[in-house]
Design a protein around this ligand. Structure first.
Ligand SMILES: C[S@@+](CC[C@H](N)C(=O)[O-])C[C@H]1O[C@@H](n2cnc3c(N)ncnc32)[C@H](O)[C@@H]1O
Length: 295
């Protein structure tokens, strides 16, 4: 899974830093909703930092004493830091982590084995459902940071968690018929995907202080030219048919989940994320504060 993410993260357009300038601005605007204008925040944590092309690291580092970046792909974060001056770099800590916790149960290796053995769809589904039911927000790396961040953020991670990797492996290693492939997908992979999204949010909230700022943005669907005429400004209802028809389910679920855990909702922003020359996403950002405490 690390290798898979590394390949995806490396496979980026050299023009991307320029192309993503409006994305960085939109993201900075979200952070500004929870940054105190005068005070320096102690610690900011960002999960899914990757290449850091959507992050203005100089700005964020100037606003806190420590900026901690988390990702399953350590190398891409390391390369992003190389562009920075020494004083900014000295404030940044990089942490390699699998936020889904699937690696701690040796999931990736076991999944590859059962798929390449072409085990029956029933067995594959059972394996996936069992993994989902056993999965817990008990990441030892995140545990070290428990309740230690004043701001926590999550960068477009939900659509990247495990699911694309699993589909790729199912196709590459298995030889399932179309109908068996769909059965495994619908009855097993989607179930586990939804669980990993919840675990990601649980881990994020675990490291947040009781009154922490919560910042999140996610790719909700791929934009086509025709969508521009369907989406009406200031009318969120005009988005519903698009969410239904082509919404990225992991992202929709992730955004909904993170929202439901916020004690105070601050703002929601929608914008178009120009991802590459020929691809754009409808992106949603959410900002809130604090966490709902369950009795
Ligand atoms: C779409 S990218 C977010 C954009 C990123 N901030 C950038 O500027 O390149 C999603 C990130 O999530 C990371 N990711 C995917 N699965 C992960 C996991 N299980 N644990 C931690 N990070 C993961 C990927 O490595 C990738 O860097």
């Amino acid at each position: 899974m690390n290798d898979f993410q590394q390949i995806i993260n490396k496979d980026t357009d050299p023009e991307r830093w320029e192309l993503w300038s409006s994305q960085r601005l939109a993201v900075k605007d979200l952070f500004d909703k929870v940054l105190q204008s005068n005070d320096i925040t102690e610690r900011i944590g960002i999960v899914g930092a990757g290449n850091c092309d959507d992050l203005n690291l100089e700005y964020l580092a100037s606003k806190c004493k420590e900026l901690v970046l988390f990702d399953i792909d350590y190398q891409s974060m390391q390369m992003a830091l190389e562009k920075l001056d020494v004083s900014t770099r000295s404030k940044i800590t990089l942490v390699e982590v699998d936020i889904t916790n699937l690696n701690s149960m040796d999931f990736y290796h076991q999944f590859e084995t059962i798929v390449s053995e072409n085990q029956s769809p029933k067995k594959v589904i059972k394996f996936l459902v069992t993994a989902a039911n056993e999965l817990k927000a008990n990441n030892l790396i995140m545990e070290k940071y428990r309740e230690s961040f004043d701001i926590v953020a999550c960068s477009a991670i939900y659509s990247q968690l495990f699911y694309n990797w699993a589909l790729f492996k199912l196709d590459e290693l298995g030889s399932y018929s179309n109908s068996d492939f769909i059965k495994i997908l619908e009855k097993g992979l989607v179930y586990l995907r939804n669980k990993t999204v919840n675990i990601c949010n649980d881990e994020l909230y675990k490291i947040a202080n009781i009154n922490a700022g919560i910042v999140c943005w996610a790719d909700l669907f791929e934009m086509e030219q025709s969508d521009y005429s369907v989406i009406k400004k200031n009318d969120v209802n005009s988005l519903i048919p698009l969410f239904k028809r082509k919404g990225i389910q992991a992202s929709l679920k992730g955004i909904q989940g993170i929202n439901s855990k916020m004690d105070e909702f601050i703002v929601m922003r929608d914008w178009v994320w120009h991802f590459s020359d020929n691809k754009s996403y409808f992106c949603r950002g959410l900002v809130g504060r604090g966490k709902v405490i369950k009795d």
